[in-house]
Design a protein around this ligand. Structure first.
Ligand code: NAD
Length: 554
């Protein structure tokens, strides 16, 4: 097969093994799952998600990986360098079956320009976070992350529910499109401003958004009525955020929460300036990009000023990781950073407890296996209301893509409990086939990303990359089934280092030992990283769970 050939891969399901063990088979199926057309954005180009995030460097390398996994013995380890299989060594059964490194560049070279040059020479690939580490599960991931953020906000400010509150946001694109459903899952009302009506229609079609209008009067009427009656409702309003927000302020609409997910990180392609139709925007992008970007940035400044004004008026305002504050600041809005990013505002306390986006997929391909695990998790954590609400809603509203899967946020102690219980169900034959257990790289102890996950760390350690490396090394020592170390995921080249792990629950004793170790070391890294940075909650968690921190024992 030549590199230029384009192919479509469908994930293999069922009980028949093509590899010499379930760990190898799981790695092969999860690679295929990442590229399944139900899951991947551009499968024929091996692109899974997030711009150019790929699962293998090219189709020859894909074939090489699949072949190597089929030959791999259960005491061997395959090495994958940015999507290319480069070696197999005898290690031992408890060691990982695969170790991967993606897009890692020496710091002085760590920018897009150098990356693109090296990629053009066929020497590397962009692995994003879960694309090159074979644990992407489709849109359920972003929906759950957004749900969890709004739940954390509800817990902090509104007694655990958004009932009777009105959230105003903008941008209903690939990721931002999860916002309306995430808010209504938390029982709130949301008014989402989106310039492109087709984007709203798509969200209505997939049931992520309830209603749509291009009339501001109608949108306000619906929103205020629903807020008053404490009914969950999501409204997509066709319009420009930079124009609508000041109008909402002028009309004194009772807004409780404000955020934004326009693609402000990219002033040319991601943000439409005020007063522009979509046609005019696309014309000017092509003909006069410099003027376009200038206008987009000015509108973003106005947008942020309105957000600041709403904050001054008592609303809860946060940045959702799109860099809009930085653009506004560069445009002269001196106090743009007066409202916080979502990690320091809501997620960091969860990270301090070792919590993060834990996920699992059923290798049988049978949705029933996931429903069995849904019942299991509710049984194991009977008092966790937010978790129960999420599982019920996910069953009702999330369509499986590729291998059936589930995601939820679990912390230190909880992950290992769930992992071992799943392994027991596999052993007893209550699940049809083994389960793959992993997580996003946006997790408590696995990422260094100063503009996002490690923004504003208490001790100033935002840019310290050691933690992400230690995480990968520790999970390797603990015996994960595959471990990966990446650069540049989420926020781009030069801005992040992060690592991933996956463990396979195949019902064996070996799997039980691996799960017991890895599902302890991995969230444990979150606790020690945040304890080291001076977070009291993480110190308390370490104390409570007996996580050893040598400097505390002097
Ligand atoms: P996208 O490009 O698919 O969607 C952006 C949407 O904003 C588009 O639908 C566009 O029409 C709309 N838009 C642009 N200008 C507008 C304006 N002035 N008024 C109203 N609507 C406007 O992007 P996406 O994948 O949805 O991601 C959105 C942003 O959120 C990105 O910057 C992304 O990096 C960020 N993000 C961050 C996190 C995180 O930190 N965890 C998660 C998801 C997304």
């Amino acid at each position: 097969m030549k590199q230029t050939d384009k192919r479509i891969v469908h994930v293999k399901k069922g009980l028949e093994l093509e590899c010499k063990g379930w760990e190898q088979e799981a790695a092969m199926r999860m690679l295929m799952n990442n590229l399944d057309p139900e899951v991947a954005e551009k499968p024929e180009e091996l692109v899974v998600y997030g711009g150019i995030g790929k699962a293998a460097r090219n189709w020859d390398c894909y074939d090489g990986i699949v072949h190597a996994l089929k030959e791999l013995e259960k005491d061997e380890t395959l090495l994958v360098q940015s999507g290319k299989p480069v070696g197999v060594f005898r290690t031992h059964e408890r060691a990982p079956r695969v170790i991967l490194a993606n897009s890692v560049l020496v710091p002085k070279w760590a920018d897009w320009e150098n990356f693109q040059k090296l990629e053009a020479q066929g020497l590397t690939m962009y692995g994003q976070m879960t694309a090159g580490s074979w644990i992407y599960i489709g849109t359920q991931g972003i929906l759950q992350g957004t749900y969890e953020t709004f739940l954390a906000l509800a817990n902090k400010h509104f007694d655990g529910s958004l009932k009777g509150t009105l959230t105003v946001t903008a941008g209903l694109g690939g990721m931002g499109g999860a916002q309306p459903l995430a808010v209504t899952m938390n029982e709130g009302v949301v008014l989402a401003i989106e310039i492109d009506p087709e984007r709203i229609e798509k969200r209505i079609h997939t049931k992520y958004c309830d209603k749509m209008t291009d009339s501001l009067d109608e949108a306000i009427e619906w929103a205020v009525e629903a807020k008053k009656n404490k009914v969950a409702l999501s409204i997509g309003l066709v319009g420009n955020a930079a124009e609508i927000l000041p109008e909402l302020i002028a009309r004194k609409v009772p807004i409780d929460i404000v955020t934004d997910q326009t693609s402000a990180h990219d002033p040319l392609n991601g943000y439409v300036p005020e007063g522009f139709s979509l046609e005019r925007a696309s014309e000017m992008r092509a003909n006069d990009p410099q003027t376009y970007m200038q206008k987009a940035k000015q509108s973003m400044a106005k947008h942020v000023e309105a957000m600041l004004q709403l904050q001054a008026g008592g609303a809860i305002v946060f940045d959702y990781g799109n860099n809009i504050r930085q653009v506004a600041k560069d445009e002269g809005v001196e106090n743009a950073f007066d409202f916080p990013g979502f990690v320091p505002a809501y997620i960091r306390p969860l990270f301090c407890e070792g919590k993060g986006p834990f996920r699992w997929a059923a290798l049988s391909g049978d949705p029933e296996d996931i429903y069995v695990t849904d019942a299991l998790i509710k049984e194991l954590f009977p008092d966790n209301e937010g978790l129960h609400r999420w599982i019920d809603m996910a069953q009702e509203r999330v369509a499986f893509q590729g291998l059936p899967s589930r995601i939820c946020w679990l912390g230190y102690g909880e992950r290992v409990k769930m992992g071992l219980a799943i392994n027991d169900l596999v052993r007893k034959g209550k699940l049809k086939a083994p389960i793959v257990i992993g997580r996003d790289h946006l997790d408590c102890g696995s990422v260094a990303s100063p503009n996002r996950e490690t923004e504003g760390m208490k001790d100033g350690s935002d840019a310290i990359g050691d933690w992400a490396v230690l995480n990968a090394l520790l999970n390797t020592a603990a015996g994960a089934s595959w471990v990966s170390f990446h650069h540049g995921g989420g926020v781009g080249m030069g801005y992040s280092l992060h690592s991933g792990m996956v463990v396979v629950a195949d019902g064996s004793d070996n799997a039980a030992q691996k799960l017991a170790s890895v599902l302890t070391t991995d969230p444990g890294m979150g606790i020690i990283r945040h304890a080291d940075a001076g977070y009291e909650l993480a110190q308390e968690m370490a104390e409570k769970h007996g996580v050893v921190i040598p400097m505390n024992r002097l």
